[in-house]
Design a protein around this ligand. Structure first.
Ligand SMILES: [Zn+2]
Length: 115
């Protein structure tokens, strides 16, 4: 009986520790998501500002931007959707900058592949 109580107490302590760790991890993920949302908002604002400047100086219209986005989406859909890691030879999503498996930087095709 004493052994059972000791074992049960040990499990309770371990469960509380795991619960505390999980809460800490959830809080860090929540902070990171907030940081990423702020970055996304900032990038969105910069894109809108750049587009406004481009419209004013070039005469391009909203239809031109939409047509270009459709063209880029068609290219994305039509191309190979994976990149092979040069270090471990595994396939990764084309949108990844680092290998999912080993963390090695993946080759980029142009400047926007790094975003
Ligand atoms: Zn790799």
């Amino acid at each position: 009986m004493i052994f059972w109580n000791f074992e049960q107490g040990r499990r309770d302590v371990e469960a509380r520790r795991q619960s505390h760790d999980a809460i800490g991890k959830a809080e860090r993920v929540d902070e990171r998501v907030s940081e990423l949302e702020e970055s996304l908002d900032q990038l969105s604002l910069i894109c809108r500002g750049m587009w406004n400047l481009l419209q004013r100086t070039s005469g391009l219209a909203e239809e031109d931007l939409r047509a270009e986005l459709e063209r880029l989406e068609a290219i994305e859909l039509g191309t190979n959707t994976s990149k092979t890691c040069l270090a471990c030879q595994r396939a990764n999503s084309r949108r990844r900058n680092k290998c999912l498996y080993c963390g090695t930087a993946l080759p980029g095709e142009n400047a926007f592949d790094r975003v």
